[in-house]
Design a protein around this ligand. Sequence first.
Ligand code: ADP
Length: 257
Amino acid sequence: MDPASPQVVVVGSCMTDLVSITPRLPRAGETIHGSKFFIGFGGKGANQCIQASRLGACTAMVCKVGDDSFGNNYIENFRKNDVCTDFVFQTGAAATGAASIIVNAEVRTIFNPAPAVADLDPAFYTHSDVFCCNESEAEILTGVQVKSPSDAGAAGSELLARGCQLVLVTLGGEGCVIVSKEDPKPKHIATHKVKAVDTTGAGDSFIGALAFFLAHYPQLSMEEMVKRSNHIASVSVQAAGTQTSYPHRKDLPQDIF
Ligand code: ADP
């Protein structure tokens, strides 16, 4: 890594996805035929890191993988995506970790409370600059049912009351709502209307893109960063898969940068 350039450092999970395509879910104990199987790279932290890297951010991943072929392949995947692996460790013990915490020590910090728990340690509300959750996470955390941008505003306001500086609630095809201490009136940022094929990992694409803009274009307003991140995530939902659907910088309209 070039220590002089802005950096995105992601601390989070790194999972190998074992994906089976089946006509329906099997019942408990039942064996059914599937039509397709593939292995992919996933994990919320790694997804976000790879999206930021593909946009051109200087990135590093902090995680632990097993001392096995999946772990070796994942390290190779990070290298192929220009992610620094100096802090990707391997262990013979079982790997754990489901929630992802994104730390950008030099710019600003984003916290993504996924998977959400109702009794989240209150320190998480106050210790990050951007608290970014999706509608179901917002609902679990606040108890406010989130079905619309105005519901998301209400949930965001509750999260502000708990000590967050700035809250983003993502809403799938509806885009995102921003509320902040500076500007507590909820603002809805719509996204592009697209034909969604597979929305898996859209939230991670959004957060990775946001980390990229925070690191590389800190002069932009949060609203502008969210607009551009919405755009990038809306591209990701138009193709199948998680990381396979994440766009590279060269494939995006250049006026986004
Ligand atoms: P998660 O993947 O965490 O559930 P969301 O579904 O809220 O997150 O999606 C995150 C972002 O991805 C949205 O804010 C939006 O920018 C984009 N997105 C998701 N689904 C769609 C869609 N159907 N059409 C356009 N953009 C989408």
